[in-house]
Design a protein around this ligand. Structure first.
Ligand code: M6R
Length: 614
């Protein structure tokens, strides 16, 4: 949700900025821009639409722009103001000396803008960010100190921000700060990088420092000064980033999404590694600090998450309730935060988030923490805001996920819920030893089953081609695979823009069945187990209304061939673990439909990978 980059050193800045923005494009692609300082002049280059439009503008003036060794850049996911060039960042002030890039939302921008306009500031854009540029310019006019100007400006700002600022009169300096939006500084040899996220800098340096809220960093090519909001100097906490640049390559696949779907067998192995060693050994979750007493005193678990992470949490509910006998509520984080929530010290609150930066989920877990709950975070980013504020952590180890549509991180989250439930069941002694061992065994052999699905994709491709013209799609399932139906439908919606909905199969007859006719595909998720026969009956009901029936199943039942027009098979699997296998064909189905329709698979319209606004 917007990405910012900065560079200061002795190299030409513009290529570093554009590379950084390329690797942050998953955060938004409504417009892009850079600001550089050339011969003592701040110059802005901006373009609406994809980053390539900016790259074309820069290319045309490359010989001039590449002279700058300092610069800041931005990739936008529009919140305030349409995705036009004028609203693209960087923004500037009346005199054009200041350039600001911003990720977040300035909540009091209207009042600030009114006041600044009265003082003579002329606004060019409809954005909230432009207020910051004018504010910094006016503070700089008073103080002649850019760090102090940024500090004073942020004291008047309400809302969330990561900011990078340059000023024409201080030509060897970048000032950056943050509040409720991520920002890190990469450290090189006599050079510094700034970025919203690791992918922007990992090809240049692995040495970095994360900023905390309200901290301000002032960078020159040879120095880094780091203070808190009250001007107290701070010691930088430098870390080595645990990422490899190779994660940002498509490795021969046409899209990151396809590559990430194919990484899932290894993702499962990685998640299990070091946590599940053998079926007769206890699960180890080193960063979960709940002990036996904590777990005994828990009377409820509340899980908060958004989007795909919410669906993983819904699978988690079934597993934890089944194995641990604790009631689990799952709620979208965006709903949880705007009502009185009944959480306390006897409620474990679990936040699930691929990025660890989703604003709704951060707010939800912070509210719960203030009410005394233990906060456990399941995230793919142990370096994220959520992870750093957590009491307990389950790092899901899926590796960097570039495609906006989440696939391998969902798999990793679901597997993490099995581990967490098994861990709690072992501590609480709430499940039979044989059941625990059986599930552990199934988990260990799961990667081979996923590999089997990935090596037999023909049925899925046939189905994708056949149904790519559908306007609507219905996914039905029951029990532990209801979240699979929701996630399958979400994947299809996100990347193909086909209106897809997941229903519990039993609910179909209570209303949605009215929509069925010969133009409506209904995809039934029919995994063998307790609700198999029931879903079969619900599928018969849909077929009787002429719906076009598709099955996703692990059953060889011959009667399915009469009922379903297309069947996608997955290997035999225990019902309890089946969501981790059943999702794979649905990810591929969505992928092939979108690809067949010629959609922009990795960067679907209107979306951003990391949603850092509420
Ligand atoms: O980073 P998070 O898991 O917190 O993100 C939550 C959602 O924004 C995310 O899952 C979104 O729904 C994806 N586009 C799913 O493909």
């Amino acid at each position: 949700m917007c990405g910012i980059v900065g560079y200061i050193g002795s190299k030409s800045a513009v290529d570093i900025l554009l590379d950084g923005l390329t690797n942050l494009e998953y955060r938004g692609y409504d417009s892009a821009g850079v600001a550089v300082n050339i011969d003592g002049q701040v110059e802005l280059y901006k373009a609406e639409g994809k980053l390539q439009n900016l790259k074309d503008i820069v290319e045309a003036k490359k010989a001039h722009i590449e002279k700058s060794t300092i610069g800041i850049g931005h990739i936008r996911w529009a919140t305030h103001g349409a995705p036009t060039t004028v609203n693209a960042h960087p923004h500037s002030c009346n005199c054009g000396k200041v350039a600001v890039v911003h990720n977040g939302i300035i909540e009091n921008y209207k009042e600030l803008r009114e006041r600044l306009e009265k003082q003579g500031c002329v606004f060019r854009s409809q954005t909230d960010t432009e207020t910051v540029a004018h504010l910094v310019a006016s503070k700089y006019a008073q103080t002649k100190d850019l760090t102090e100007a940024v500090r004073l400006a942020t004291q008047e700002i309400e809302g969330a921000y990561a900011l990078c600022v340059i000023h024409q009169d201080v030509k060897d300096t970048i000032v950056a700060t943050r509040r409720n939006a991520p920002l890190l500084v990469g450290i090189g040899e006599n050079e510094y990088y700034i970025a919203s996220d690791v992918p922007a800098i990992i090809q240049y340096t692995k040495k970095a420092m994360y900023l905390d809220d309200n901290q301000i960093v002032t960078l020159t090519p040879t120095s880094m000064k780091y203070i808190d909001e009250n001007k107290n100097p701070l010691e930088p906490k430098v870390e080595i980033l645990p990422w490899e640049p190779v994660a940002l390559s498509k490795m021969g696949y046409k899209h990151f999404m396809l590559k990430e779907i194919h990484e899932q067998p290894d993702v499962v192995r990685n998640v299990l590694s070091g946590k599940l060693r053998a079926i007769d050994e206890a699960i180890t979750l080193n960063e979960v600090t709940l002990d036996k007493d904590n777990l005994k005193n828990l009377n409820r678990i509340q899980v908060v998450a958004c989007g795909t992470s919410l669906h993983a949490a819904m699978v988690g509910k079934y597993i934890i309730e089944q194995l641990c006998g604790i009631a689990v509520d799952v709620e979208p984080a965006s709903e949880f935060i705007y009502r009185r929530t009944i959480t306390d010290k006897n409620t474990l609150v679990i936040g699930v988030s691929q990025s660890g930066e989703t604003a709704d989920t951060i707010t939800a877990v912070r509210q719960a923490k203030a009410l005394g709950s233990h906060i456990l975070i399941v995230t793919n980013r142990p370096d994220s805001t959520m992870a750093r504020e957590a009491d307990s952590l389950v790092p899901v180890n899926a590796g960097i996920e570039v495609s906006v549509a989440a696939t391998k991180s969902y798999m990793a989250q679901v597997i993490s819920f099995y581990l967490l439930a098994l861990y709690m069941a072992e501590v609480k002694e709430s499940a039979a030893k044989e059941d625990i061992q059986k599930l552990k065994h199934e988990l260990i052999i799961l990667p081979q089953k996923i590999e089997k699905v990935l090596s037999h994709k023909e049925d899925i491709q046939i189905c994708a081609r056949k149904f790519s013209g559908a306007k609507d799609f219905i996914f039905i399932a029951r029990g532990i695979n209801f979240p699979t139906a929701l996630e399958g439908a979400l994947k299809l919606k996100e990347i193909s823009y086909i209106n897809a909905t997941g229903y519990t199969a039993g609910e179909l007859k209570h209303g949605p069945i009215a929509m069925l006719d010969e133009s409506m595909p209904v995809l039934s998720i029919l995994m063998k187990g307790g609700v198999y026969e029931k879903i079969l009956s619900n599928s018969e009901e849909a077929k009787a209304r002429n719906a076009r029936m598709i099955a996703l199943t692990n059953s060889e039942d011959q009667k399915l061939k009469d009922l379903f027009e297309n069947i996608m098979y997955v290997p035999e699997i225990d019902e309890m673990l089946s969501p981790a296998l059943a999702i794979v064909p649905l990810q591929l189905l969505a992928y092939y439909i979108a690809e067949f329709l010629g959609k922009d698979v990795d960067q679907p319209r209107n979306l951003a990978k990391s949603v850092t606004v509420e």
